[in-house]
Design a binder for this molecule. Structure first.
Ligand code: SF4
Ligand code: SF4
Length: 450
């Protein structure tokens, strides 16, 4: 053990807060070491090293819980090499709740400070605590991003190939810079919108943080689809980041604070459902009940909240959504081929696989071609493509290769991170495919009914 980690361990003992040791031990005992999860784990698939597998990671966590191991830098790096894709959770016959273990393990690494260095501390503090907890600052940053593109600075930088002068990591970052919209959700969606006919349901819509800035058009499409299905839509003016980024990066207390603020922003009792169109957010929003279970003021409200959160596809299928009525030969989608990439936190995190396909299959003329390894992570995984660019790039290439094999002209996916990761891959490999959210395709189909 290095001098540095020994010192940190002394500091850690003094604090005596260990998220892994405070976990219900039964969660760690659930793993029966069968190895069924190994073939589904992208990091194990890439390295064939046991430590990079779900079973290996759980063994490390258990060693910490048993007091046989103190968190080290290697432990921290291992937990951040994990994508958090939860493919292992789907594959596990013993019902291991890897998502809870993973969040505790990353918090353990942060609490122990094994990955601390000045540059990392500043970036984490600026992004996680500064930017993503302040909706106004986030929108201001969105405006700057929009200006960067709209002023032509981005094009000029790429035309003059100045980006090639940047180190690899920053070059990749520049290539992945999302294009902010000129209008955010608050300018496109009214606080309350009512359907033309009878009101069958009353729902709230989450506009998200990145989604609000980069994909406000998808939020508008979501509201349009809900209106077309008899929903009165409530979109609170001030909303917060759901906190998934924080919970998955060891900042659980900040995640709890954001969850409380988000619950306060909605009149939960007055709504039949709270709708999200972002898979990563949905998975986390549904876990508020667990996240705030020990909070005497919020636990009951958090449980009520979690019970009402619905992914948009899940909600549409639950209420029996209306199929667009356009003769397929007149449909603008006629004979257009679409393939579907399953966002990890939709298929593994929320077990929603059938409903997005139902939405796509309901669009007249659109032909769905199944994607090989549709549930395999694309490498986006929150901010994984920034923190682990090499591994993320391998997964991106693998995904784009499978998309190209389908011959589809559209790849649909329901998570902002996946859309950005696929779009950046499309640019990188000059693939001729459009990346769309299934709900935007459904909204277009409704609009073309006239
Ligand atoms: S979450 Fe994904 S990357 Fe992490 S251990 Fe499970 S399958 Fe592997
Ligand atoms: S499949 Fe489940 S029980 Fe088997 S090794 Fe993986 S996590 Fe453990």
């Amino acid at each position: 053990m290095s001098v540095e980690s020994s010192a940190l361990n002394v500091e850690r003992s003094a604090k005596a807060h260990s998220p892994i040791r405070e976990l219900d031990y039964a969660l760690l005992q659930q793993c029966i070491h069968c190895g069924m999860c190994l073939p589904t784990c992208p990091t194990y698939d890439a390295t064939k090293v046991e430590r990079n597998s779900p079973r290996g990671r759980i063994a490390l966590m258990r060693a910490i819980a048993d007091g046989r191991l103190e968190p080290t830098r290697i432990f921290g790096e291992e937990m951040y090499f994990c994508l958090g894709c939860l493919a292992c959770e789907t594959a596990c016959p013993a019902g291991v709740k890897y998502s809870q273990l993973f969040e505790a393990a990353r918090e353990e690494a942060e609490e122990a400070g094994v990955l601390r260095n000045p540059r990392r501390n500043v970036i984490r503090s600026l992004i996680l605590k500064g930017l993503f907890t302040r909706p106004r600052l986030l929108r201001f940053t969105g405006r700057l991003l929009w200006l960067y593109r709209a002023s032509g600075a981005q094009n000029l930088l790429r035309l003059l190939q100045l980006n090639k002068m940047l180190p690899y990591r920053y070059r990749e970052l520049e290539r992945m810079t999302p294009s902010a919209r000129s209008k955010f959700s608050g300018q496109l969606i009214k606080a309350v919108e009512r359907p033309a006919g009878r009101i069958a349901h009353r729902v709230g819509v989450l506009t998200g943080c990145v989604q609000d800035i980069v994909f406000s058009d998808i939020n508008r499409d979501t509201v349009d689809v809900l209106l077309a299905n008899g929903c009165e839509v409530h979109t609170p003016r001030v909303q917060y980041c759901c906190g998934s980024l924080h919970a998955h990066n060891g900042e659980v207390e900040v995640a709890k604070d954001l969850a409380r603020r988000q619950i306060d922003a909605f009149d939960v009792d007055a709504l039949d459902a709270i709708i999200t169109n972002a898979a990563g957010c949905g998975s986390h929003l549904k876990s508020y009940g667990i996240l705030l279970a020990e909070d005497p003021q919020y636990s009951a409200r958090a449980r009520a909240w979690s019970a009402k959160v619905r992914d948009i596809h899940e909600w549409l299928c639950q209420i029996g959504f209306r199929r667009p009525k356009i003769p397929s030969e007149r449909s603008e989608f006629n004979k257009l081929s679409v393939t579907y990439h399953e966002a990890c936190h939709l298929c593994h995190g929320q077990k929603i696989t059938r409903q997005p396909r139902e939405v796509l299959n309901a669009i007249p003329g659109l032909e769905l071609t199944e994607l090989t390894e549709s549930t395999w992570c694309c490498g986006s995984a929150g901010i994984y493509n920034i923190t682990q660019p090499e591994m993320a790039a391998k997964l991106q290439e693998r995904k784009l290769r499978h998309v190209a094999e389908t011959g589809a002209s559209i790849v649909a996916t329901a998570n902002p991170g996946c859309i950005l990761q696929l779009e950046s891959g499309v640019r990188k490999f000059s693939t001729r495919v459009a990346v769309r959210h299934p709900i935007s395709l459904l909204a277009e189909a409704y609009r073309s009914e006239g």
